[in-house]
Design a protein around this ligand. Structure first.
Ligand code: 2RA
Length: 344
């Protein structure tokens, strides 16, 4: 069986990555179409060894498309996902537009693949925020083993999470430092080159940022609403790869050695954890990789049943495009959808 797949937002960082990952993983596609805004109509994007010219979303007929991978931002998704879904096409959306809707499953396949069955209510499935995706992959096997009570997360998020313009801003500011040009922040609120900024997404009434709230709300929705979560989200001058320092308090005792053994067997995780110089993974090394890496696993003696971890992943892949394609693979492998057009 083969499916017609549309990638909406095909010219963006995540859209391009979705096309790469569909090709790399040999997704069973009868046809892949690249869709973007009217502004990007005709722009060429790569799909494996082919080049696809982008179609404009407002002129595109989705009625024979089986799966739409959407990465065009919240506003576009709010307008277009229901229209596309109403044409019998399952939308897997990477924005925050649908994540907190009780009738839309929020899925990380290693964590809660069974919850995908609820997609039929709206024909929409949500992909989590990048910082939550890698976090729950690491937490799930530990929660199953010793029940997590509370986590304290500090994120170190690369600029690619803010899109291509944010990557350009880091590049241009870094260059400006060396040639002594003035630095005028545009997308970021302060200079990002050779700096860190404790502010991602908008501020909320309680003083937290929306990025910090997303980690809390999405972890509860996917893993367990009883887990207490607090987060500080920070932008760092790294192009690709988000890192997280995670402090966990468990209900049951769990030693660092036990956690290491559990994580080594867990899906989607690679443990790189040697207490020696360089015996851990950094964002630079995880760029382009599919795994969520866990390093620096150690007991926290300041609380009962506490552990600390360092969790790193490619935010454009596991944090976005890869997870979206994996969700599509669950739909297909569990035969939850049938292609509209039978193969000739
Ligand atoms: C960021 N979490 O890193 C966002 C992207 N989804 O800005």
């Amino acid at each position: 069986m083969a499916y017609k797949v549309a990638v909406v937002g095909a010219t963006g960082n995540v859209g391009r990555e979705m096309l790469d990952i569909l090709a790399e993983r040999g997704f069973p596609a009868s046809e892949v179409v690249a869709v973007a805004s009217r502004r990007s109509q005709g722009v060429d994007v790569s799909f494996g060894d082919k080049t696809l010219a982008c179609q404009a979303i407002d002129h595109y007929d989705f009625s024979d498309v089986d799966i739409c991978l959407m990465s065009a931002g919240g506003e576009v998704s709010k307008e277009w996902s229901p229209k596309i879904a109403a044409q019998g096409c399952v939308v897997i959306d990477n924005s925050s537009a649908w994540r907190y809707d009780a009738d839309v499953p929020l899925i990380v396949p290693e964590v809660n693949a069974d919850a995908i069955a609820g997609f039929t209510k709206k024909n929409i499935i949500a992909n989590p925020n990048c910082s939550t995706a890698q976090l729950v992959v690491a937490l799930k096997p530990l929660h199953d083993a010793a029940k997590i009570k509370r986590i304290v997360v500090s994120t170190y998020q690369s600029v690619s999470g803010g899109g291509k313009d944010a990557m350009d801003e880091l590049f241009n500011q870094t260059r400006s430092v060396f040639v002594n040009d003035p630095i005028v922040p545009e997308k970021f609120t302060k200079r990002i080159a050779f700096n860190v900024i404790p502010h991602i997404d908008v501020f909320m009434e309680d003083g937290y940022t929306k990025e910090e709230w997303k980690v809390l709300a999405e972890t509860k929705k996917m893993l367990d609403p009883a887990i207490k979560v607090t987060c500080t989200a920070v932008r760092v001058p790294v192009f690709i790869g988000h890192a997280e320092a995670v402090n966990i308090e468990f209900d049951q005792p769990l030693s660092a050695d036990e956690a290491r053994d559990i994580l080594r067997e867990a899906p989607g995780i690679l443990v790189v954890d040697k207490t020696e110089d360089g015996g851990y993974v950094t964002p630079y090394e995880c760029a382009g990789e599919d795994a969520t890496y866990v390093s620096r696993i150690r007991e926290d003696a300041t609380v009962e049943n506490g552990l600390n971890l360092w969790v790193v992943a490619d935010n454009l892949r596991k944090g976005a495009a890869l997870n979206t394609v994996q969700i599509a693979e669950v739909l297909v492998n569990r035969q939850l959808i049938a292609p509209k057009k039978a193969a000739a």
